[in-house]
Ligand binder design. Structure first.
Ligand SMILES: [Zn+2]
Length: 164
């Protein structure tokens, strides 16, 4: 018996869907390696939402960036709870048609979850195919871009302070 139903997942906003993933990972003792140490998944998820909101004016969908960072045990937990592979695409939030379309990590084919037909076309891949790389690079780029904005902002402020 899965803890979460498909209809419950679809009742959530995409950001609350991500927060649910993060909360369950936290509650089950999972922690995320982050830039300078270890953090909770909730903290990691909030940073991801903020970064994507900053870059895309709130139009972003951070769940894809989130789920593709998950290792196999984390994906397995989310599947067991009914958060992944339960009728909702973690990339766009649309309905999925079972295991017909899968996202599979290139570096570990156990890291696999259901996505919708539309996302299979836009993100590439499909059943049994490795397609973790392009999205991974894109999200890494987005995160680096967000960090650069913050960094340039603080350096700019520092220089301004010197002359003020
Ligand atoms: Zn989708």
């Amino acid at each position: 018996m899965k803890k979460y139903s498909s209809s419950y997942l679809h009742s959530l906003s995409i950001q609350n869907y991500l927060r649910l993933m993060a909360k369950e990972l936290d509650d089950n003792g999972f922690r995320k390696e982050w830039i300078d140490g270890t953090t909770t998944y909730s903290h990691f998820a909030e940073n991801m939402i903020k970064a994507e909101n900053a870059i895309r004016g709130g139009q972003g969908n951070p769940t894809y960036s989130f789920v593709q960072t998950l290792d196999y045990p984390a994906i397995k937990l989310l599947i067991d709870l009914g958060i992944l592979n339960n009728g909702r695409c973690p990339i766009c939030g649309a309905h999925t048609s079972g295991a017909q379309y899968l996202w599979t990590a290139r570096n570990d084919t156990r890291r696999e979850f259901h996505i919708c037909k539309g996302c299979m076309h836009t993100r590439g891949g499909g059943t049994g195919q490795g397609n973790g790389m392009p999205g991974g690079c894109a999200s890494l780029f987005l995160l680096l871009l967000a960090l650069s904005i913050v960094l340039v902002g603080s350096i700019g402020y520092g220089i301004f302070s010197l002359f003020a």
